[in-house]
Design a binder for this molecule. Structure first.
Ligand SMILES: *Cc1c(COP(=O)(O)O)cnc(C)c1O
Length: 226
């Protein structure tokens, strides 16, 4: 299967999942997760109409952004980011989906050249090995981010505990949506936050049923990572 075929098939599955639960497919952004994949694969996906790409490593995203500077790509940083790498990511990324501390938010704001969309990563499953803030940390971190001039907070992101059965992810997705409602109740913004980044290759359809506005799909587009 070519990358263009893979993309077409994922877009069709996104549209089917959305319409079958009464949602408009255009509300859902597909981030093609290209970590470890060569620049040529990203170029092929971009030629097939894909714009948003997800990367996990700051250096790798920087190298690819330089190599693919002629393309209209929107880079999403989705991995754990150390504060001292913010200077590599902030000038390049359109979105950082994995903000998990005030220190990181401040470092990104300081280095951004234009408004930088962002999500707070939440450790919904409470796994010790996962990054992300605990649910009780969401409101204070959101308040700090909202006070930073260049960061544009969209909502919440999560990576549920891995289980090959997509139904096992549903409670985490539902919980993230509940946490977003709770955050909106606490913040009382004129324009409530709507972003829910959740769902990967094996569970994005369930995530869409639970309200995802961003799905991050790698393997199902580009094939297995080595
Ligand atoms: C790698 C990765 C993905 C994509 O995973 P696939 O199973 O290949 O679709 C999505 N989100 C994050 C944060 C990742 O690190």
């Amino acid at each position: 299967m070519t990358i263009a075929d893979g993309l077409r098939s994922i877009r069709e599955r996104i549209a089917t999942a959305a319409t079958s639960c009464g949602r408009d497919p255009s509300e859902i952004t597909l981030v093609a997760v290209s970590k470890t994949k060569p620049a040529a694969a990203i170029r092929a996906a971009c030629e097939a109409g894909q714009r948003a790409f997800g990367e996990n490593y700051a250096q790798e995203m920087g190298d690819k952004a330089r190599e693919l500077g002629d393309l209209p790509i929107e880079w999403h940083f989705i991995g754990h980011l150390q504060r001292n790498k913010a200077k590599l990511v902030a000038p390049i990324a359109a979105c950082v989906e994995s903000i998990d501390s005030e220190e990181l938010a401040i470092a990104l704001d300081r280095r951004a050249l234009r408004p930088l969309a962002c999500f707070i990563e939440v450790n919904v499953g409470g796994e010790a090995s996962k990054s992300g803030v605990a649910p009780e940390g969401i409101v204070p971190l959101a308040q700090r981010i909202l006070a930073l001039p260049r960061l544009d907070l969209q909502g919440l992101m999560t990576i549920p505990p891995y289980d090959p059965d997509p139904e096992k992810s549903r409670p985490s997705f539902r919980e993230l949506r509940r946490l977003l409602d709770e955050l909106n109740d606490a913040l009382q913004l004129e324009c409530p936050l709507r972003g829910l980044s959740m769902g990967m290759s094996h569970d994005f359809e369930v995530a869409i049923e639970e309200g995802a506005t961003v799905v991050r799909v790698g393997t199902a587009i580009f094939g297995e990572r080595t």
